[in-house]
Design a protein around this ligand. Structure first.
Ligand code: PBG
Length: 326
C-alpha cells in the first residue's frame, strides 16, 4: 500500500504536527453580564457558572478571565428600569457605561472591552428597537442604536457589537462614531443573526424576551444560507470590521459560507442554548462535558471562524493551554 492515512495518526507527535486548525486563547471572547447595584455578584440560574456583576465587582470576572489568558470580554447590561425607548441603554450613567469606565480605568489596554449594542434588555416590550404599533420601526431605531454605540465609545469601549438586526445600522453607527472622532472604535456586526430557539437561557438571564410576538421580522429565517452572504456583504460595505455568525453549532455551514465570501475576520457566537445543552447532558452523565466542549469549539474554527464568543471561553482557554486542543 502506497498511501496509508493512518501514518499521520500514528502517535501524538504526528497528530499534533499535522493538525489543520490551530486555536489561540487570543481568539476567544467571554460574555459577562452586568447588573445595577453595588457590591453584588449573583449566580445566573440559566447559565450555570456565570454571574451577574455590579460595575464595582466586575473586576472579579475580568481577573478570573485573565488568569486563563482570556483578555476580551463582551458586556451585556441588565438595567433596573425599562421603558418604551430603552432610555437606560444610552444613558451615560447606564449600567454598561459605568462598567466600561470602571474596567478601562483599572485595566487600560490590558483588556479589550466589547459592548453589545441592542435595546431588548432595556425596552419594556422586549423588542430590539422602537415600536410603531407592533412593528419595530427600522429607521427610527437607527438613531437610538447610534446613540447607544456612541455612549459606549465615550465610556471607553474598544469595540461595539450591534445585535439588533436593523437594516443599515452598521453604516449609521460608523457615521456617528466617526463624526465624534471615534475612528478607531471597531464594529463587530452581528451580521448574520438567526431567529433562534438557542437564545432561551440568555433571554432568561437578560430578562429580554419579547413581551408579545417574536423577532422574526428582523432576525433571519434559519432556512436561508444565501441570505447570510447578502447580509455579510452589506455589512462589509457599511464599514463593519468583523462579521459575526450566530448561533454557531447548528450554523457551521453558514460560518463556512460567510468566511469564504468575505475578506473580514469571521466571529462565531456559541450561544447560551449551546452551552446549556452541553451542561445539561453532562449532568445526566450522557456526555463528557470537557470532550464535547473541546470538539464543538474546534468545529467552529474548522468551519472557518477566526474568533469565538463562548460561555466556555475560560475552559476552552484552559484546554488550549494544556495542549488538548489547538
Ligand atoms: C440581544 C442579544 C441576544 C443574544 C445576544 N444579544 C438575544 C436575542 O437576540 O434574543 C443571545 C445570546 C445567547 O443566547 O447567548 N439582542
Amino acid at each position: 500500500m502506497l498511501i496509508r492515512p493512518r501514518r499521520l495518526r500514528f502517535n501524538q507527535h504526528v497528530r499534533d504536527m499535522a493538525r489543520e486548525v490551530r486555536l489561540s486563547t487570543k481568539s476567544l471572547i467571554l460574555p459577562v453580564f452586568i447588573m445595577e447595584g453595588k457590591n453584588t455578584k449573583l449566580p445566573i440560574n440559566s447559565l450555570e457558572g456565570h454571574f451577574y456583576y455590579s460595575p464595582d465587582t466586575v473586576f472579579e470576572a475580568v481577573d478570573s478571565a485573565l488568569k486563563y489568558g482570556v483578555n476580551k470580554i463582551l458586556l451585556f447590561g441588565v438595567p433596573e428600569e425599562k421603558d418604551e425607548i430603552g432610555s437606560q441603554s444610552f444613558d451615560e450613567d447606564g449600567v454598561i457605561q459605568k462598567a466600561v469606565r470602571a474596567i478601562k480605568e483599572r485595566y487600560r489596554e490590558e483588556v479589550f472591552v466589547i459592548t453589545d449594542v441592542c435595546m431588548c434588555e432595556y425596552t419594556s416590550h422586549g423588542h430590539c428597537g422602537i415600536l410603531d404599533d407592533e412593528y419595530v420601526d427600522n429607521d427610527r431605531t437607527l438613531e437610538y442604536l447610534s446613540k447607544i454605540a456612541l455612549s459606549h465609545a465615550v465610556a471607553g469601549a474598544d469595540m461595539v457589537a450591534p445585535s439588533d438586526m436593523m437594516d443599515g445600522r452598521v453604516a449609521a453607527i460608523r457615521k456617528t462614531l466617526d463624526e465624534h472622532n471615534f475612528i478607531n472604535t471597531l464594529i463587530m456586526s452581528y451580521a448574520v443573526k438567526y431567529s433562534s430557539a438557542f437564545y432561551g437561557p440568555f433571554r432568561e438571564a437578560a430578562k429580554s424576551a419579547p413581551s408579545f410576538g417574536n423577532r422574526k421580522s428582523y432576525q433571519m429565517d434559519y432556512h436561508n444560507r444565501k441570505e447570510a452572504v447578502k447580509e455579510a456583504l452589506m455589512d462589509i460595505n457599511e464599514g463593519a470590521d468583523i462579521l459575526m455568525v450566530k448561533p454557531a453549532l447548528a450554523y457551521l455551514d453558514v460560518i463556512s459560507e460567510v468566511s469564504k465570501h468575505s475578506n473580514l475576520p469571521t466571529a462565531a457566537y456559541s450561544v447560551s442554548g449551546e452551552y446549556a445543552m452541553i451542561k445539561a447532558a453532562a449532568k445526566m452523565n450522557l456526555i463528557d462535558e470537557y470532550g464535547v466542549m473541546c470538539e464543538s469549539a474546534v468545529s467552529v474554527f474548522r468551519a472557518g471562524a477566526d474568533i469565538l464568543i463562548s460561555y466556555y471561553a475560560k475552559e476552552i482557554a484552559q484546554a488550549i493551554n494544556k495542549g488538548d486542543i489547538g
